[in-house]
Design a protein around this ligand. Sequence first.
Ligand code: SAM
Length: 287
Amino acid sequence: MENLSNISTIKAILTKHGFTFSKSLGQNFLVNPSVCPRIAEQGGAKQGVGVIEVGTGIGVLTSELAQRADKVVAVEIDQRLLPVLEETLSDYHNIKIINQDILKVDLHKLIQEEFAGMQVVVCANLPYYITSPVIMYLLESRLPIDAVTVMVQKEAAIRICAQPGTRDVGAVSLAVRYFSEPRILFQVSRGSFMPAPNVDSCVIRLDIKKETPQNILDEKLFFRLVKAAFSQRRKTLVNPVSGSLGVGKPRLKQLMEESGIKSTARAEELTMEQFIQLANGITMLKK
Ligand code: SAM
């Protein structure tokens, strides 16, 4: 197959197959030849590694991954792309395409069946309409993987990688940081895609922690607290947390004080440790 990252090659293939982009499936395909090799390399695709890809498009990133890793299993929801991929990836014998919604794939089973004896990483140019659900699905499933390296919209990258206690932090930042060490790798301009979206993007890498925080008494309650606290992010967290978790305001303010949190604090001012302490205080109260 000729160079897949070449824009005229891509256009010719799409025309030949009569392919039209689906906006609702987040189909903005990469047409900048320098981007996919960087995602593959910085995402950890190399000998001894198996890669899960989410969303193949016509296979530009898939082929770069397959050139470096032992095996690639790519999950693509759009059936119309299957004949295209058959053509574009015909030279590779270490790629398996699964035609399914990534959120419905049993990834533990997939890893067990496809990647025995390999280190596993996830690499993708994510469909933007389900960025957070896909990232949280990958993290919450507690998969035996080393890293998740994905392209997301720049604003989402900033939020996901924000440090607790800073202005950009949100519930998703806390949740991601609970399971991983996130960082922004590099920015990609909107002109690198076809069709070009209205915003720039960033590639982020989440290095999966070997262990999630061990001092949490009730993980579910911790996440409920984080979600409630950020539901009115610019306001003091007392009202939404008191309502959502069913703790009276005076008692909640007391627990906040015991965790070193001002009673007027907003969610974005709290550290991860303070969220954990407050969640544990509420858990104890409910016992
Ligand atoms: N990797 C290709 C590239 O970089 O050119 C395509 C990236 S495009 C942003 C997202 C891809 O994800 C599309 O091919 C789309 O059909 C696919 N997709 C959308 N929703 C999906 C889902 N729920 N499960 C799996 N694939 C999905």
